[in-house]
Design a protein around this ligand. Structure first.
Ligand SMILES: [Zn+2]
Length: 131
C-alpha cells in the first residue's frame, strides 16, 4: 500500500478512536447524572434497562476500540493491509470502508459461507429432531 493511502487510513483510524473515546465518556457522565434526577422507582427501572443497553453499546465500542488500536499498530509497523488468512493485500477500497478489517473479501466471504453452512446444518438437524 502506498504511503499516502496509509496516511489517509491512519487519519481515519485516529478519528474513529477519538469518536469512540468521546462517546464512552459521555455515557459514564450521563449515567451519574440520571440516577440522581429520577427518584421514582419506575423511572429508575426504565433507566436500568437503558443503562444495560448503554453498557452493551460500550462493550461493542470497547471491542471496536481494541481493533482500531491494533490496526494503528499495524500501520506503525508496516504490516497493515494484508489478509490474516491468505497473506494477500486486502485492497484499498475495502480498507477505506472498514479500516479495522484483517481479512480480504474472498476470505471473509468463505468464512461467512462456512458460518451459513453450520447454521443450515443445525436448522436441518433441529427440523428432523422436532418432527
Ligand atoms: Zn485473504
Amino acid at each position: 500500500m502506498q504511503e499516502a493511502q496509509l496516511e489517509q487510513i491512519k487519519v481515519r483510524l485516529e478519528e474513529m478512536q477519538a469518536e469512540i473515546l468521546g462517546e464512552s465518556e459521555e455515557t459514564v457522565h450521563g449515567m451519574q447524572e440520571e440516577s440522581t434526577l429520577y427518584p421514582d422507582p419506575n423511572d429508575r427501572a426504565s433507566l436500568e434497562t437503558e443503562h444495560i443497553n448503554n453498557l452493551r453499546i460500550r462493550d461493542r465500542e470497547r471491542k471496536l476500540l481494541g481493533k482500531v488500536e491494533e490496526a494503528l499498530e499495524r500501520v506503525e509497523n508496516k504490516t497493515f493491509g494484508y489478509c490474516e488468512e491468505c497473506g494477500n493485500e486486502i485492497g484499498k477500497e475495502r480498507l477505506l470502508i472498514r479500516p479495522v478489517t484483517t481479512f480480504c473479501v474472498a476470505c471473509k466471504e468463505s468464512q461467512e459461507a462456512v458460518e451459513d453452512n453450520k447454521w443450515c446444518w443445525k436448522k436441518l438437524l433441529f427440523s428432523i429432531l422436532l418432527k
